[in-house]
Ligand binder design. Sequence first.
Ligand code: AMP
Ligand code: ZN
Length: 452
Amino acid sequence: MLKLYNTLSHQTEEFKPINPPHVGIYSCGPTVYDYQHIGHIRRYVGDDILIRVLKFNKFDIKHVMNITDVGHLTSDADTGEDKMEKGAKKFGKSVWDLAKMFENQFKDSCRELNVELPKDLMHATDYIKEQIELIKILEEKKFTYKTKDGIYFDTSKFKDYFKLSGQNPKELKAGARVEVVEGKRNVSDFALWKFSPQNEKRQMEWESPWGVGFPGWHIECSAMSMKALGENFDIHTGGIDHINIHHTNEIAQSEAATGKSFVNYWVHHNFLTVDGQKMSKSLGNTYTVGDVIKKGFDPLALRYLYLQTHYRQEMNFTWEALEAAQTALNRLRKEVASFDEPKIGCAEYEKEFLEAVNDDLNMPKALSVVWEVLASSYPKTAKAETLFKFDEILGLNLKDSRQILESQKKEIPKEVKKLLEEREVLRKAKKYEEADKIRNKIIEMGFKVEDR
Ligand code: AMP
Ligand code: ZN
């Protein structure tokens, strides 16, 4: 029996899908305006574990994730600059090229960490029509009003607006930030559609029944999740910072539009910190998966490190901790590399492992079972069977342990180094075809070439 902590009910519950064995799950994806750092990636590894655990329990998963490539303002209060337009200026690119570049960086980081993403990610800009349709329904049902700068959702008309966050509206009013938008009726009201500023040409804007503009950022997740998974679906995930505003608003606008309950289980991941502070671009304390690899770490050591902390606990990142995770992972690989062909597994440990992962994804406990298996008196054949089964969830490529350890030992031969240099010269001269030929030669010699 799988148990999950549900933010909506504020307790750990037995997971019961709407239509077993099918499970619909929606993850709020990245806003692709800058690099995704290892704080962001912790969340996606968390989602990956959740999905693998669901699959392990024989559920049939439909996983949907969006890419926010539009309309996400720097402030939660519907003010400030558009993150995408700001990023475009910073990197000297069009917003469209910016989105492509950082979507690729996101996907690469996930691939390095064995995070299985849905094949087709849903881009907010591809579903503007659906977002407009949803706003039209909310308008017909009289949940909206118009201000000078957009169409807003009137949260006072939606019963139970605070059910997800458990916030007290009175306290919210007292602590409200000053940057209130002119014409907003309640502090918690939020934009569904924003008008383009009259004196400024935005790179991204669309026609709508209310005038040229762009969607508020919450509406995309309601429109896309319901399009892909139906008006009521099983699981929705995100970071804990999404609870008070983004997910609260998703619930309000979705349930106001359909009159149905939107999502049954809300799963929220805690933050990654550095020296006790949130890892974030504004604090300048971020590292990417690329940085981790450049420092000579196996990206899966980072995955191992993530698994050592429960997803609802804050996790503090240090390079020392990553070193220790790398050492542990290598030790694990060394053990596994000495295994024989798998046969019957170690039943009691398999049971213990399943209990741990089914107990609200208790991965630190699950990892400790891994080491118990290794220390046990079972024959290596049985250990192999059991650990390879565990690895369906751990995602540490344990079956490849031998090759991975070998490749760590392998020196890059002089010929290969020379070819790499030649290729670099060709690439700089933009002679990509010739450069690719050299790349293929290097691959034939048993090496992987990756440009970061
Ligand atoms: P940002 O790109 O900073 O707007 O972050 C986008 C989302 O990624 C946030 O809403 C969080 O859910 C998640 N996130 C950002 N920073 C961290 C962090 N340090 N640890 C975990 N998740 C994070
Ligand atoms: Zn979202």
